[in-house]
Design a binder for this molecule. Sequence first.
Ligand code: ATP
Ligand code: MG
Length: 429
Amino acid sequence: MRLSRYFLPLLKETPAGAEIVSHQLMLRAGLVRQTAAGIYAWLPLGYRVLERVAAIVRAEQDRVGALEMLMPTIQPADLWRESGRYDAYGPEMLRILDRHGRDLLYGPTNEEMVTAIFRDSVRSYRDLPRILYHIQWKFRDEVRPRFGVMRGREFLMKDAYSFDLDAAGARASYDLMFTAYLRTFAALGLKAVPVRAPTGPIGGDLSHEFHILASTGESELFYDSALDAIDPADPAAPERLRGLYAMEAEEHDRLGTCPVPPERLAVRRGIEVGHIFFFGTKYTKAMGMAVPGPDGTMVTPLCGSYGIGVSRLVGAIIEASHDQAGIIWPDPVAPFDVGLLNLRPDDPAVAAAADALEARLEGAGLSVLHDDRDLRAGEKFASMDLIGLPWQVAVGPKGVAAGTVELKRRASGERAELSPEAALAAIAG
Ligand code: ATP
Ligand code: MG
């Protein structure tokens, strides 16, 4: 992809009103633009990241047998009257009246809808267990939308719903999702801490939140500092994370006892990127779902719901991975693998070498953003650092004469003069 034909509106100055670094960088690097309070348009570069995050989330859901579907954003209020949540939900729900005077709403979540769909088609215990999910936009009219996509009003969520015949099955579905979550965050290059959560007004008896440690997080966490030594890239990381003590401050204080000795206990802030709940028959009972069990008696299925903040994750990843110069994308979610810099677009030999290298990189299955713009080299390097692609390859007149390019790894800043072949081999790993 040639930058001269791309849509990448970069900002030199930090925009006013963007308080945290991820919000600042998302605006400066041309990833998103705000269109109304808490509502964002995803520009081409940002949308590629959002799609890659969603693809990783999807792959790990599919891997545990969850079934992808797509429910609408707009829901009839009557569904929510069945569960009793239409009045209970409060002003966070965006309520809409259609031309016929029927009450609709923009879904803040989908328990009611998925329960109604499943209820109307489930015939017997043989139809259980099932886990259904979708990746869909939600709307919550947050009192204080802030921090860019981290606390938006419209945001993209993966939400899954499990239906089981008995408590043991429901527990197994919960554990399956728990594992899928740890794998998802590891695949995104993130260390996410499972935190035992109070179940709150949604009810039920089992819930965990998943947090990314970052100073700008909205939650305060107490955790076993053994966590700090865990490398998210270690294949054993998910298993190690599972057993560690981590609690939100309020819950930690409330419990009063802590299995971790004080010298090993750490306090840091966290960003909630996922939340799973087991809530039993709350919705199936209220909405009249029952299936004939193996012995013919009617059984009310037990359910859980499992959310991941897909758009929030993009901000959280930047909070966890950036430096003074800009974003440092973890390889699995980078919008392009390589930033190719043509340092002298007006020099035909340099342009030919850059074009040839772009073709070879793409031939090797790598995605390339080729800066062929007529700008000073310094500005090009600064733009590449800002947008944070994992690899940079610079092609200039001296290198073309010597048969070399300059390769830079964004994360470490390490540079090397190499032949184009060697650069390709290093990137392709
Ligand atoms: P929070 O406490 O941050 O408001 P929540 O408990 O209301 O989150 P859930 O209803 O469990 O969130 O939603 C599942 C996931 O959706 C959350 O873990 C979070 O990652 C994401 N999410 C929730 N609200 C927002 C929002 N306003 N903007 C972006 N992502 C959100
Ligand atoms: Mg909320």
